[in-house]
Design a protein around this ligand. Sequence first.
Ligand code: DX5
Ligand code: ZN
Length: 217
Amino acid sequence: MPALVAPSILSADFTDLNGAISMVNKSEADWFHLDVMDGVFVPNISFGFPVIKAIAGKAKKPLDVHLMIVNPDKYVEEFKKAGASILSVHIEACTHLHRTIQNIKHLGMKAGVAINPHTPVSLLEDIITNIDMVCLMSVNPGFGGQKFIEHTFNKVLRLKELIMETSSKAKIEVDGGVDLDNALPLIRAGADVLVAGNTVFTSPNPSETIKFLKDPL
Ligand code: DX5
Ligand code: ZN
């Protein structure tokens, strides 16, 4: 089954966001992946509400918003208003994760939980049936264009087992360092959604690259 592909706008040319948005709109991509960084949870600052609202105004596909911020609860409603369809928060940033997930769902968004490379999949045991997606970080969050951490394959397999055991409907999203070589093994291991920034936006033909990532056979 083909994967869902979510190009990460972080790697787009910010002087031509319009071009990036229309490329994604016309391509076989499924979602826009938007990385929000606060300079506290991660050592980088990306973009916030004005940019997300501008993208939402032109995007013809759902916005998959990945929050790399402390205190995400404070802003959940604002992200809904800005146009997010799927909102992922980091397990490492949430003291009351269950409540945060309830808030996200109550506002009519799909709820995702992102986990850093060092965070074990087992920490999701008691939340997996409440969420729509797990965003497995395959790099340390903060920057596009980093090298894929191979151990992620073990985590995809373990997460798939957990999802099957609990009959959870959660999708597995892999985020960071996804490229033309690891896309197929990731899908075979159980990944449902591939995020790709650098691989898409440095490609001479981004829509062909998206097409390949969806079904890399
Ligand atoms: C990393 C972000 C990723 C990143 C992916 O902190 O969460 O979404 O933009 O970019 P690539 O595909 O270039 O690793
Ligand atoms: Zn991301």
